[in-house]
Write a protein that binds this ligand. Structure first.
Ligand code: ADP
Length: 407
């Protein structure tokens, strides 16, 4: 069967993985999604999910180019390849140069490359995905969507660190924020779900996945967020510490003679829920262990919630009024416990939990989980891939994208 609609392929390329999804232009439901993983290693493999049916095949130790070859073959087998009219790529860091998504050309690619120092692990991998896709699909417009772009509306008071200004001028050291594609999607959905006035509303969005960040959104624009120069700042995450006194890091580096790589590993890979619980980085495991009385898991949950509530409270001060707190991401969409504990900490704002609605709003459901006249608490499942597809479709001039975002 041949697909008559225009299609948009979304690629999120990491150093050893490549996630993909295929959307009809203007439709939030993907025709196909999947993941190539362990690229370049002996067990390199690719899994594609179509109509709930998953198929995995080996890539025989090969890398990104081979993964893309298999992906294009699968697209052709399903009669979709000719319909692909745009490719959207996720890019982690766009610095101050990129305030919105763009169609790629050589100049754009070198500008993005000039930001590699700001995200040395992620950006080169994202670029590899773009270059590979250009090589395989040279005539199809390729669009880049930046995690940082949505936060470019933050005022200097929110994005500057109180460091000597020369580091901002010479190294671009400032707060950029991440998860922008998710926050932008959820902010738009919140306006329709909660019937907010587009030009007069203030909300805080908590995106809680393996990484986590919260953002204050004023009339659709990010005005403050918890992540900084890198995704390490702010909330407690699966393996990332979030905020920590830099003096503590200096102290530990002196005590143990750590070099910068060791510091980086401890803060990014060994901290957060994993570091405190000494058990797991996964919230499901933390919750069930805490319920069974595991002391570390209970502490991890408590610190996670304390920090989250504190940041939500802090972010509210960037808004003239708090209309809603919205939860999203794997934890935000599924953990009624984290939401309940967090909302109980937000009494000062007059938010009152609706227990039954909170328990019922899981596994992809959207809805209000509070009651009463105060600010609303709500859950809105995120859809970053769709946002990337929507931007790519719009910038490639495909019809039917815009209004369908809220279908
Ligand atoms: P990523 O940031 O990698 O996209 P996700 O958004 O999928 O991650 O979120 C992963 C997190 O969501 C994990 O900590 C996982 O335990 C948590 N999570 C998923 N389902 C549940 C659930 N039912 N209860 C509690 N936490 C959950």
């Amino acid at each position: 069967m041949t697909e008559n609609r225009s299609l948009v392929l979304v690629i999120n390329c990491g150093s050893s993985s490549l996630k993909f999804a295929l959307f009809p232009a203007g439709d939030q439901t993907p025709l196909m999604s999947g993941l190539a993983e362990c690229l370049g290693e002996t067990d390199a493999r690719i899994t594609a999910k179509i109509d709930g049916d998953k198929k995995t095949e080996s890539l025989n130790g090969e890398g990104h180019a081979a993964a893309l070859d298999v992906l294009l073959r699968v697209l052709a087998e399903h009669g979709w390849l000719a319909g692909v009219k745009a490719v959207g790529h996720r890019m982690v860091h766009g610095g101050e140069a990129f305030k919105a998504s763009v169609v790629v050309n050589e100049k754009i690619l070198s500008e993005i490359e000039a930001h590699n120092h700001l995200a040395p692990l992620h950006n080169p991998a994202n670029l590899l995905g773009i270059r590979t896709a250009i090589a395989k699909m040279p005539t199809i417009p390729q669009v880049v969507v930046f995690d940082t772009a949505f936060h470019q509306t933050m005022p200097a008071s929110a994005y500057l660190y109180a460091l000597p200004m020369e580091y901002y001028r010479e190294q671009g050291v400032r707060r950029y924020g991440f998860h922008g594609t998710s926050h932008r999607f959820v902010a738009e959905e919140a306006v329709s779900l909660l019937k907010l006035k587009p030009a007069d509303h203030g909300i805080v969005i908590a995106h809680l996945g393996n990484g986590g960040s919260a953002t204050a959104v004023l009339n659709g624009k990010s005005v403050d967020t918890t992540m900084g120069l890198t995704p390490l700042e702010g909330l407690v995450m699966g393996t990332r510490s979030g905020d920590v006194d830099p003096g503590a890091v200096v102290h530990l580096a002196r005590a143990y003679g750590w070099d910068v790589n060791q510091i980086d590993t401890v803060l990014n890979k060994k901290s957060g829920l994993l570091g405190i619980s000494e058990l797991s980085n996964d919230m499901r495991t933390i919750e069930s262990a805490a319920a069974e009385g595991h002391d570390g898991a209970q502490k991890a949950l408590d610190v996670f919630v304390h920090r989250l509530a504190r940041h939500i409270g802090g972010l509210a001060t960037s808004l003239p009024r708090l209309d809603a707190v919205v939860f999203t991401g794997g934890i935000g969409e599924n953990s009624s416990l984290v939401r309940k504990m967090t909302i109980e900490r937000l009494k000062v704002f007059g938010i009152v939990l609706d227990d039954a609605a909170n328990e019922a709003t899981i596994r992809g459901k959207a809805g209000v989980i509070s009651k009463g006249a105060g600010p609303v608490a709500a859950v809105i499942p995120t859809n970053e891939e769709w946002m990337i597809a929507r931007d790519a479709g719009e910038l490639a001039g495909l019809g039917g994208s815009k209004g369908a975002a809220r279908a």
